[in-house]
Design a protein around this ligand. Structure first.
Ligand code: PGA
Length: 246
């Protein structure tokens, strides 16, 4: 199973810088055994998707509609539209969606259903807040998120889980190698016990991943890749993280 390095651009870039960023990364030294996924804002996806990229380069959305394929849902973008644009993945349940758009596990679960039905692979994000960790609640919080956000029958290579401790996102703070190993072990056990084709489910770490810590994080047991925010916007940094996943 290839490791997956996914770049979550969030609400960044303009049309030209989006095109330049993808072109420059793809021109770099990308190992054949690492899957790389770019997740730009919706409006730039069709500017960056191309037919002539190597087979391990993919594109993804950062969210999709809770509602179905089409309909009177002003402002929404459906999973099938992302698929139509050439996306292979969609990030769902990112903590910024949970926080700023009040997305519950149940909402995320419905989005997962739509995305799988549309033929996308889902990157479902889970992770505890700083307060929850201080209170020692990280394991039950994450297990509950997994239970409620991932509908029955979903698994295999269609499912990627990203463990992103909320307090590590965009803060420069990373979880310690021991914290990551423990949580990824907890998630792996849940996947083995409850989900379909568990061996094909990848578990990513996310939260201030950068060239300086990528190699250490990516060699931890059950870390099958990384979800990268800030550093995915810098060609050299993103390429260095990709290289560390080799
Ligand atoms: P960060 O973001 O790498 O900037 O911390 C990660 C994420 O939000 O997916």
């Amino acid at each position: 199973m290839n490791k997956l390095i996914a770049g979550n651009w969030k609400m960044n870039c303009d049309r030209v810088s989006a095109q330049v960023l993808v072109a420059d990364v793809v021109k770099g030294d990308i190992p054949g055994n690492v899957d790389v996924c770019f997740c730009p804002p919706f409006v730039y996806i069709s500017d960056v998707v191309g037919d002539d990229f190597p087979k391990n380069i993919f594109f993804g959305g950062q969210d999709c509609s809770y509602y179905g394929e089409n309909g009177a849902y002003t402002g929404d973008v459906s999973a099938s539209m992302l698929k139509d644009l050439g996306c292979e993945y969609v990030i769902l349940g990112h903590s910024e969606r949970r926080q700023y758009h009040v997305e519950s596990n149940n909402i995320i679960s419905k989005k997962v259903e739509h995305a799988i039905k549309a033929g996308l692979k889902v990157i479902v994000c889970v992770g505890e807040t700083e307060k929850e960790r201080q209170e020692g609640l990280q394991n039950p919080v994450v297990i509950m998120q997994l239970k409620e956000s991932i509908p029955e029958g979903v698994g295999g290579e269609n499912l990627v889980i990203a463990y992103e401790p909320v307090w590590a996102i965009g803060t420069g703070k990373t979880a310690t190698a021991q914290d990551v190993q423990e949580m990824h072990g907890v998630i792996r056990r849940y996947v083995q016990e409850k989900l379909d084709k568990p061996d094909l489910v990848r578990i990513l770490y996310g939260g201030s991943v950068k060239p300086e810590n990528a190699a250490e994080l990516l060699q931890i047991e059950n870390v099958d890749g990384a979800l990268v925010g800030g550093a995915s916007l810098k060609v050299d940094q993103f390429l260095a993280i990709i290289a560390a996943a080799k």
